[in-house]
Design a protein around this ligand. Structure first.
Ligand SMILES: [Zn+2]
Length: 434
């Protein structure tokens, strides 16, 4: 002990800090093993538990045949994530498999190579190179693992990085024509009003039309013809066979909970004739709709949700977007956009707020998350005197995910893998701001 007293004070202090900081980590690490990322398949229906014991709480059951990735085990228990939950599963029901089996199959899509691109034997930048696909070639894929796309070229089948692929404007990858009639006829929607209140089912498309009855929060209705929205009303049919008109503002594609939950209004920018930023046949209108749908699926069940548009064929005016939010007790409003500039050198993500500390804080969280999750340049948050923010009473942010005019940002904006990451980033930012 005497020996330690003789040491300079500064070393003692730093040693103390060091030991305090390390203690909790060393304890948990001592009982487990970290290993390189390994993919497993479940051999049976398997419980995901909160800890490494059969008696610990069950989080959910993972069906047989699903793929799981782990990098950590304690005894025979493997730490994995599934369906948004992280916990432990018994290793006895896991089989180690080729990680390239654990991918996603999707509709056959044509892509153009944005640069000379290596076709590799597996989805890793260290996997052996089969050949190089020249820039500007059209390739087809219907399977990917993370951001690695499986395709055949020059008689070889392998994987390429999705960061150098852009959806081709021709063939099966074409965007829906602008005149496409995507309507909600036959779609089930739900009444979104505060708990214990209801919306009036009317005989005509007007607030002056006589009342047929009242529909409480959460009531499911079938939209008879969404495109025939008149003065904000849509014709609907109830499950008990009544037909009438309801204000579209009070309908959501997402089922609200029985009791009030925070309400998030998502506003995918542009729509219909207004395609937003456009480059090489790629439209902002479509990218933000895809990201919004992915975002909504992450938020559904956790908050109440209302979208200002559900399809690409519809254009809500800027004031309509604000009215939709203002008609409810909205907790957060997020307008989702993609940037563009005449300079191809401009790139990165930015978030705009108009008023209030809550808006600034939300902008900051979304900014941090998008930058870190999608690896975009941080352009920071800014005050934006924008109509959709000005007109909205709830804390509101307009997020610009990246520049369609910049090749690097564009490759991420069109990539299904990165669209999922944008959705993750926004969902986490929104949930942590409520
Ligand atoms: Zn926009």
């Amino acid at each position: 002990m005497k020996k330690f007293i003789a040491l300079p004070v500064i070393i003692l202090v730093s040693c103390l800090l060091f030991s305090f900081a390390l203690t909790p980590y060393s304890v948990s690490a001592a009982s487990g093993t970290t290993f390189s990322k390994t993919t497993y398949q479940t051999l049976d229906l398997l419980n995901l538990r909160t800890s490494t014991s059969m008696s610990s709480k069950k989080l959910l059951a993972i069906p047989k045949g699903k793929y799981l990735v782990s990098t950590y085990k304690e005894g025979t228990w493997y730490k994995v994530s599934y369906s948004g939950k992280t916990g432990y599963v018994a290793g006895a029901y896991l089989k180690k498999v080729d990680p390239m089996l654990a991918g996603t199959t999707f509709a056959k899509t044509n892509y153009i190579t944005l640069d000379a691109l290596n076709l590799r034997s597996s989805g890793s930048s260290t996997a052996s190179k089969l050949l190089t696909i020249p820039k500007g070639k059209v390739v087809t894929s219907s399977y990917r693992v993370d951001n690695w796309y499986k395709l055949s070229y020059g008689g070889k089948t392998g994987y390429v990085s999705g960061s150098y692929l852009k959806k081709s404007a021709s063939g099966s990858a074409s965007l829906p024509p602008q005149s496409a009639v995507v309507d909600y006829t036959g779609t089930k929607m739900y009444v979104l009003v505060p708990a214990m209140t209801s919306v009036t089912l009317r005989s005509g498309a007007s607030s002056l039309s006589s009342s047929i009855g009242t529909l409480p929060r959460g009531t499911a209705v079938t939209v008879s013809n969404y495109l025939h929205k008149t003065r904000g009303f849509v014709p609907v049919r109830t499950n008990d066979g009544r037909s009438g008109y309801v204000e579209a503002t009070y309908l959501s594609l997402f089922q609200p909970s029985m009791s009030n939950r925070p309400l998030v209004v998502l506003d995918p920018g542009h729509g219909g004739h207004d395609v937003g930023a456009a480059r090489y046949g790629i439209y902002e209108r479509d990218i933000v709709m895809s990201v919004t749908k992915l975002l909504a699926s992450r938020l559904a069940g956790k908050v109440d949700l209302k979208l200002t548009r559900y399809t690409n064929d519809y254009y809500p005016s800027l004031s309509e977007r604000s009215w939709i939010s203002n008609a409810h007790k909205t907790n957060l409003f997020v307008s989702i956009h993609v940037n563009a500039s005449t300079s191809t050198a401009a790139y990165g993500a930015e978030n705009f707020y108009y008023r209030g500390t809550s808006s600034v804080n939300l902008a900051r969280k979304l900014q941090q998350n998008v930058v870190s999750t999608a690896g975009l340049r941080d352009r920071g948050i800014r005050f934006g005197n924008l109509a959709v923010l000005r007109g909205t009473n709830a804390p509101a942010v307009l997020t610009e995910l990246g520049f369609l005019s910049n090749a690097s940002d564009r490759s991420k904006l069109v990539s299904p893998y990165y669209q999922e990451r944008f959705a993750d980033a926004l969902a986490n930012g929104i949930l942590s701001s409520l």
